[in-house]
Design a binder for this molecule. Structure first.
Ligand code: ATP
Length: 222
């Protein structure tokens, strides 16, 4: 059966989730307390309703208990975000993703059982900072407080070398989990794999080790 989604809060973040899910043909119930926002999404989502998500009765009447995955994208009003998450949990929603404003907000969301907590502005800020440091850092994904995955264009210092020559694991403690050569991707590459200039390496490691690796081997092509 097709999965159903709810998006609560139609700001830039919630709005873009709603648009993308709808574009992918998903069933989406969009909710916001602001009438203008709701009108904007009437033609986009399967259904768009004006309601206050801290109103338990409204959530019940709208059938939120039958929705598989709800995204709470209320930003500034931390109190409303927490209460909404709690009500959805009590209603028995299977999966709840919540946008957190800060670490304090995150801690409370963890305690009340949000399944997934996201920090889009913080994470995007980090990604952009890494790509500003070097144009060869194509993407940066935080796995935990200490570990990340980076996608790096090989560039000058790595071209023509094998993984054994570069000795990335021993020198920096990071692991090359895949190498992309154009459209091909080689997962778990062997030590004798030779790297070309345009190859993209996907590397996993502790932030401090990735940082040393970036400083040593990732030169800026600009
Ligand atoms: P973004 O950065 O995604 O644009 P934001 O982080 O600035 O958004 P807000 O604008 O504070 O977040 O909230 C997002 C949306 O959530 C707004 O459209 C607002 O009307 C809606 N919203 C806030 N509180 C509630 C509530 N209790 N019930 C329903 N919608 C709400």
């Amino acid at each position: 059966m097709k999965k159903s989604y709810g998006v609560i809060g139609l700001g830039r973040f919630g709005g873009s989730i709603c648009k993308e899910l709808s574009k992918e043909g998903m069933e989406v119930l969009a909710l916001d307390s602001d009438e203008d926002k709701v009108n904007e999404y009437k033609e986009i989502a399967s259904d768009a309703v004006i309601a206050n998500s801290t109103d338990e009765l409204a959530l019940k009447e709208l059938g939120f208990r039958n929705i598989d995955h709800v995204i709470v994208a209320i930003g500034d009003n931390i109190h409303a975000s927490i209460l909404t998450t709690l009500l959805l949990r009590e209603l028995g929603v299977k999966r709840i993703t919540v946008k957190a404003q800060n670490d304090y907000h995150q801690k409370i969301l963890e305690k009340i059982g949000a399944d997934e907590i996201v920090h889009p502005e913080r994470d995007m800020g980090r990604r952009i900072a890494h790509s500003i440091i070097s144009s060869n850092v194509l993407d940066y994904l935080e796995l935990s407080d200490e570990y990340s995955v980076v996608e790096i264009k090989a560039g000058e210092k790595m071209k023509g070398k094998t993984l054994a020559d570069l000795d990335i694991r021993a020198r920096f403690g990071c692991n090359v989990v895949a190498i992309k050569h154009g459209k091909d991707i080689n997962v778990s590459p062997m030590a004798d794999e030779t790297i070309s200039y345009e190859d993209v390496l996907i590397i996993i490691g502790a932030d401090k080790d990735i940082s040393r690796f970036e400083k040593e081997l990732v030169v800026d092509d600009d």
